[in-house]
Design a protein around this ligand. Structure first.
Ligand code: HEM
Length: 553
């Protein structure tokens, strides 16, 4: 006993604060090394960018990843991707390095089945889903959006238009004097509300506390992902739970309590209608994601899905996928439009096009799907901004989940289980061989091509001829919702964003309402974003000068 006590006191004497610090640093370093040895190893034949693969090079890569990631990609794009070769780019310390697949092999990558290359597992690793979304699998709500959103788009347009107009009036006001507005905050005032119109419906989408909790949850997911990327894998089960409990859990709980009455009411409505309650025979639930989730769970007999708590957790991944992506897209679009070449009169052209179509709608002033789809120039201005102003280096990530790995037959390299594959969206979008003058915002880049093909078709028709059907097909494929290996903001292939049809309508309605009801002062130059690892931090302090047009209030 005496011996143990004396050993303990000797130990305590040894543990000075400086020794404790050294011990913590060594332990963290050793953990990174253990992580490193467990990471997938790539073929020697794959070229690499960054500071090298030896010990010192790896350490440098981990540190410089934050500031050099974008330039490493650019270097690799020029040296390898443009020549149809894959290359390896360093990643954050806790992640395997990424194999950047060239555009010429995008089809190969995207057509491999999910049991070989998984989107779900790639997102799970990058967002640390198991911790951040409370271990609730995200595939059920993702399937709901895939199956239901595009199918219901015609029915949701009137509600979305109503919400767009009310949100913009609230954010920018009806005062006809010039005022200065923070642009990021403005988009945060519009998008979460409009998006939630299709997630939780008209009542809750206007509840400011509910929206604030959802936005804060999404912010926390992003921040925690960045932090957890820097933590060695062995520490994650220790670090992640308190981090998530302190932030994500609190936000979710707040949004859950606010949504609970609505969710209970909706669940009861379905129950009572199904049980033949006479008061509910004519009851029709609003078409929103809550309804779609309940319908899908009932159809599949998934009773554990049918409670308010689960429903409120199910909407979290969709809120996350939908809100910040749309906010940053709308934000970039506004600064691209306001810093565009004034001689193009972009806002004037959009005003003219949207006014023309809106006045010819079956119910003038109310958008229809057909009307929105015929806004070719407005579509082009948005699409061009999404091409130019990429907010991440790439958005298409896949993880190798086949135990035997995957072999690329074209080049002969092998990617083992756990390897990470990605497409270089920013490299492709800024390649002059694909998009001439790629760094210029050319709002009519896509509509010009469409109009040229349509003009040729008209001239051919006048001569009693037809143009090549492939040409007409090409014109139809120039819209912003058509994805391809050359246009990747919504990714491409079977996991391409299922929200893009809604986003296209939403952004066009927002833009139309803004240009009809407000005037803007141009920006002298486009504010610049900053790269942080694979993401861009938008210039969120940007302000714009805006005033309500007289006679529109
Ligand atoms: C401008 C706004 C948006 C952009 C740029 C965007 C982009 C993307 C991208 C790049 C992906 C990844 C696809 C892949 O891994 O291959 C994705 C997935 C997804 N997005 Fe969007 N998104 C936007 C808005 C939305 C909205 C509004 C919703 C829902 C209302 C939504 C729902 C989803 C879902 C559910 C997935 C997962 C698809 C799957 O894994 O199969 N997104 N989005």
């Amino acid at each position: 006993m005496v011996m143990i006590a004396s050993l303990c006191s000797q130990l305590i004497e040894l543990l000075t604060p400086s020794r404790l610090i050294v011990f913590a640093v060594l332990f963290t370093f050793a953990s990174f090394l253990v992580d490193f040895t467990r990471k997938p190893r790539y073929s020697e034949s794959l070229p690499r960018v960054g500071c090298g693969v030896d010990f010192v090079g790896t350490l440098k890569n981990w540190v410089l990843f934050v500031t050099r990631y974008d330039s490493w990609f650019s270097e690799g794009y020029e040296k390898y991707s443009k020549h149809g070769r894959a290359f390896v780019v360093p990643a954050a310390p806790a992640h395997p390095q990424e194999i950047v697949v060239p555009r010429s092999q995008a089809a190969w990558m995207l057509e491999l089945p999910d049991r070989v290359l998984s989107t779900k597992e790639a997102h799970r690793d990058s967002l640390h889903n198991d911790y951040q979304f409370f271990g609730v699998d995200d595939q059920f709500p993702i399937q709901t959006i895939h199956k239901q959103l595009a199918r219901n788009i015609i029915d949701i347009i009137p509600g979305v238009q109503e919400e767009v107009e009310a949100a913009i009036d609230d954010v920018f006001g009806k005062d006809t004097d010039w005022k200065t507005v923070n642009l990021w905050e403005a988009w945060l005032g519009i998008v979460p509300r409009v998006t939630n119109r299709i997630i939780v419906g008209a009542r809750l989408c206007r509840n400011k506390d509910f929206l604030a909790a959802q936005v804060a949850f999404a912010d926390d997911v992003v921040r925690n992902s960045i932090l957890l990327d820097l933590v060695p894998r062995v520490f994650k089960p220790i670090v992640a739970p308190p981090l998530v409990a302190l932030s994500n859990y609190r936000r979710w709980r707040k949004s859950y309590l606010l949504a609970k009455p609505l969710l209970e009411e909706r669940l009861a409505g379905f129950e009572r209608k199904a049980s033949g309650d006479p008061a509910y025979l004519d009851w029709q639930p609003p078409e929103d994601m809550v309804t779609w989730l309940i319908r899908q769970a009932r159809a599949e007999g998934l009773n554990h899905e049918l409670n308010p708590e689960m429903l409120s957790k199910r909407i979290l991944p969709v809120e996350f996928a939908a809100i910040h992506t749309t906010v940053v897209t709308g934000f970039n679009l506004t600064i691209d439009l306001l810093s565009a070449d004034p001689s193009l009169n972009v806002l004037g052209v959009i005003r003219e096009e949207t006014a023309g179509v809106l006045s010819e709608e079956e119910s003038p002033g109310s958008w229809s799907k057909q009307g929105l789809m015929s806004l070719h120039r407005t579509d082009s201005a948005i699409k061009e901004s999404m091409r130019l102003s990429t907010f991440a280096r790439g958005l298409t990530h896949r993880k190798v989940v086949a135990p035997e790995g995957v072999t690329n037959a074209t080049e002969g390299w092998h990617a083992p289980y756990g390897a990470s594959l990605t497409l270089d969206m920013a490299g492709i979008h800024h390649d002059p061989d694909i998009y001439p003058d790629p760094n210029r915002y050319d709002p009519w880049r896509f509509s010009r091509q469409r109009e040229e093909i349509e003009a040729r078709a008209r001239e051919a028709a006048e001569r009693g001829e037809k143009i090549d059907p492939d040409e007409m097909m090409r014109a139809m494929r120039l819209g912003m919702v058509t994805t391809s290996a050359e246009y990747l903001p919504f990714s491409h292939g079977r996991h391409a964003c299922p929200g893009r049809f809604f986003v296209a309508h939403e952004l066009k309605m927002i833009l139309a309402y803004l240009v009809h009801n407000y005037e803007f002062k141009p920006l002298p130059e486009r504010p610049k974003p900053v790269w942080f690892g694979h993401n861009q931090i938008p210039p969120v302090k940007t302000t714009i000068e805006i005033r309500r047009r007289k006679g529109t209030a």
